[in-house]
Write a new protein. Sequence first.
Length: 280
Amino acid sequence: MTLTRREAIDLLERHELQPSRALGQNFLVDPNTVRRIARLAAVTTGDPVVEIGAGLGSLTLALAETGAAVTAIEIDRYVLPALREVTASLDVTVVEGDAMALDWDELLAAHDRWTLVANLPYNVATPLVCDLLDEVPRIERMLVMVQREVGERLAAGPGDPAYGIPSIKVAYWATAHVVGRVPPTVFLPQPKVESALVRIERRDRPAVDADPEQLFSLVRRAFGQRRKMLRRSLVDVVSPEAFEQAGIRPEARPEELGIEAWGRLTDAVGPAEGRSPAGR
């Protein structure tokens, strides 16, 4: 029980709706794809699941089919009546709200462990995932569909072309893997890019014990001049002795360092005042 392309078009017409380009709406309209996503999310009867950007409810229906208790978040008040119509008889709680501004503690208070499953708008995917990892520990697992390049960035490791600040933020809190590709043809309207499915699983504790504010201050500074060797981009904050203590070549570039190396470098630098908060 989920929406075909024809059923989604009929639903839009009946509610006099059109996908919003401003909100990045590309509705999933392929039953096989949404069931595949639900299967990869590995949720089952009674599992609390939160879905961001539920739209017309195609993925919502597939998640409800598993027996999961779904909380579906949708920002578009015009789409909400259609979403409520298709989920009316199911164990689905529909919430109107902006995922970037929700009170997540209140929303998720009923359970200690949640799974997030979402088809994320491309323009908010990276900051939203990073914010949830930083601030919402109740979300233990995520399966997110994002633009392919974004997915590769979230899951990238040292030396990968896509490796950058978001990769390190994810690695600090979690493990991440690209677990599937999704073609444009399963969306309404069809985007011009391919999508990727990324599974993110929160660690029991951060990957390193280093202070996150200090660590990400170094990371941002280094990647702000990523073509430079670390001894040049970090010249004012990391001494030659600190590089030696951390076991890191001063000639290395930031994309060569994994989260463990960044942790060692942070520890070698020692406490610092006035560092800015952890970032992306």
